[in-house]
Design a protein around this ligand. Sequence first.
Ligand code: ADP
Ligand code: 5GP
Length: 186
Amino acid sequence: MRKGTLYIFTGPSGAGKGTLLARLLQEDDRLFLSVSATTRGPRPGEQDGVHYYFLSREEFDRRVQENAFLEHATYVGNSYGTLEAPVDDKLREGLDVILEIEVQGAMQVKRKRPDAVLVFIAPPSFEELAARLRGRGTESEEKVQKRLKTAREEMRQQDAFDHIVVNDQIDRAVRELHGILAARRT
Ligand code: ADP
Ligand code: 5GP
């Protein structure tokens, strides 16, 4: 069976990665979204094993020691990482796998898996990014400020990506993403 393709979706917090991915997953049954591990606490409504594996610092560090992560990075004070085994299982099954990760992790995966396709989800403007992040209402103003500071650094690294998709309108951006996936399947 043909192996699946590994996709990495990166972009500043609030750009709309989660929103676009939810649509893609609904509309494409050959996609699998990797569930990351993190030391950050769950937001209201987030479930362990569904949105993330919520790990203590000790559990996370143990998996780093065991070499269980394809990549891992620190983002605004917390650790995040992709467990390697489930990703490879799904690729072997012929599914396309999406990692929704930040930029340092994306660069680690690119080095280890040069055939991975890197997609940067960009906001239409920095002002719109700030408005979306505040509008989501999931972070304190202090955390929003830290995420926006990180966002400026992330936006400078866009050119290292294979595709840059501007999330101006959800339907248009989703169409563009379907096109990127389809191009690899022919
Ligand atoms: P990310 O996963 O990149 O942090 P989210 O998907 O949580 O971002 O989106 C951040 C906020 O912006 C959410 O409140 C979402 O509803 C909103 N949003 C996402 N895409 C758009 C868009 N194209 N236009 C306007 N608002 C959007
Ligand atoms: P959030 O706390 O908003 O869920 O995620 C914060 C940032 O961490 C986002 O940019 C998200 O893409 C990134 N992230 C989520 N999971 C992983 C992961 O497994 N590895 C890396 N490197 N980043 C991740």
